[in-house]
Design a binder for this molecule. Structure first.
Ligand code: SAH
Ligand code: SF4
Ligand code: F3S
Length: 443
């Protein structure tokens, strides 16, 4: 028997890339690759990349620059680039960094076995097609090994919304939804492997419209209700949602579906209607606030999270102030904020840009406000009870770490709990990025 080859995967970008990395490792597992955390040991290095902002894309080239020296020590090492930079830049990657052997886009990684054989034969391999066949149909069913208790499951991919700043419609292609039965089968497989929490993924997950068993399309809410019936699955989440696709059945599910967790990531990007229009966002600040009002009526304790872009072309101080006002009005438990980054080929790239120093200063102000809100919400948790899905041991002896319903990281002291347990706790303190807790069900 030959020793298994070693695969090192590094993931950038969104949760969908985390899911894809796991699936790519599974595909290559069938080619006798075992995963390693040590790049120096690897026979194949895959960077699963993100193209959303310039910095994210450039990081990949600096990493490739570092990795290429490993080829001197191991002439059998092959280097591959997957994900959204692969899709956007294709062949150009091999021109810029000749150490790269393989480039594979997010819709064609089911073809990795053939590509691997090609690079082993000393050739290069490039596949950035949006193939007719569905990669999910070609990917074999997942291995049976036990795994971590929280998992991602991609149910919808691509985007037809074409926000003026965003590369996703170009890197991930047109919006498609996986059939309900496929999603349920994959969810049951995950539960058999020890998974207790599934986060459904899609670039516009709430636009999900997968075919049901009878061929009739189902909504995300219908899919969630079907998942709710799976024994052993305890928690359901979904991300990322678009404000315009928050339908009433989905909002209702937040009030009535026990396994659906009280956390919603609902990016708004800006609080200025002028900017939202120029972003091609198809919602206003007010329509966004109305959606949140409805969600809070259905589930008063829901924790809101959002995404913001500051310094979008032609953003004035007044526009920015409208964003701060919207943040004040919502009260976010989490928020991700970014300075606008010009992406070649997107409509906004051609427009008058905001002075980068002005944008930096605005980003600082926005982040100060968000941090304050976040801390207030975390401090308000102290003294309250929560239920924590235990994910891993903590730093201190006896300590375990997991996530609350609200996705807060929680450290439980003297927890006496196993990975995968869901335990009731009382929150005792709010730390910078986590909460401390003790078990509520023990002396
Ligand atoms: N599908 C999601 C998220 C897409 S990308 C949605 O509709 O909101 C994740 C986040 O990256 C976006 O919400 C946006 O805030 C940010 N982003 C996307 N393109 C960007 C750009 N060109 N510059 C800065 N931030 C960007
Ligand atoms: Fe990008 Fe807009 Fe689509 Fe989100 S909805 S992925 S921001 S184009
Ligand atoms: Fe990045 Fe592609 Fe996700 S551009 S954010 S990895 S969809």
């Amino acid at each position: 028997m030959t020793a298994p080859k070693k695969l090192f995967v590094k993931t950038y970008g969104c949760q969908m890339n985390v899911y894809d990395s796991e699936r790519m490792a599974e595909v290559l597992g069938e080619q006798a690759y075992e995963q390693t955390d040590v790049p120096e040991e690897a026979d194949m290095i895959l960077l699963n990349t993100c193209h959303i902002r310039e910095k994210a894309a450039e990081k990949v080239y600096s990493e490739l620059g570092r990795l290429k020296s490993l080829k001197a020590a191991n002439p059998d090492l092959k280097i591959g680039v997957a994900g959204c930079v692969a899709q956007a830049e294709g062949e150009e990657i091999m021109r810029r960094q000749p150490a790269v052997d393989l480039v594979v886009g997010p819709q064609s990684y089911h073809r990795l076995p053939q590509m691997e054989a090609r690079v082993r034969a000393g050739k290069t391999a490039l596949d950035t097609d949006f193939p007719e066949e569905d990669k999910f149909d070609k990917l074999k069913s997942r291995p049976k090994a036990r795994r971590a208790p929280a998992a991602f499951l991609t149910v919808q991919e691509g985007c037809d919304k074409f926000c003026a700043f965003c590369v996703v419609p170009y890197t991930r292609g047109a919006e498609t939804s996986r059939p309900v039965t496929r999603v349920l089968d994959e969810a049951r497989d995950l539960v058999d492997r020890g998974v207790r929490e599934i986060t459904l993924l899609g670039q516009n997950v709430n636009a999900y419209h997968g075919a049901g068993p009878d061929g009739v399309e189902q909504s995300l809410a219908q899919l969630i209700w079907a998942l709710n019936d799976i024994d052993g699955l305890e928690r359901i989440r979904f991300t990322t949602s678009h404000p315009n696709d928050m339908t009433d059945d989905l909002i209702d599910a937040h009030g009535t579906c026990e396994k659906l967790m009280p956390y919603l990531h609902l990016p708004v990007q800006s609080g200025s209607d002028k900017i939202l229009k120029r972003m091609n966002r198809s919602h206003t600040a007010e329509s966004y606030l109305r959606v949140i009002e409805k969600i809070r009526a259905a589930r008063p304790d829901i924790l809101m999270s959002g995404d913001f872009i500051v310094g979008f072309p032609e953003e004035t101080e007044e526009d920015f102030q409208a964003t701060l006002d919207l943040i004040e009005a919502v009260g976010y438990g989490y928020a991700y904020s970014f300075k606008y980054s010009t992406r070649p080929g997107t409509p906004a790239a051609e427009r008058p840009q905001v002075d980068p120093e002005v944008a930096d200063a605005r980003l600082q102000r926005l982040q100060t406000l968000i941090t304050r809100q976040q801390q207030q919400i975390q401090e308000a948790m102290v003294g309250r009870s929560a239920r924590v899905l235990v994910e891993k041991p903590g730093r201190e002896p006896g300590q375990m770490v997991g996530k609350s319903e609200y996705l807060h990281a929680v450290h439980i002291d003297n927890s006496d709990a196993d990975i995968g347990d869901i335990v009731p706790v009382r929150i005792t303190a709010a730390k910078r990025n986590s909460l401390a807790a003790v078990r509520a069900d023990q002396g």
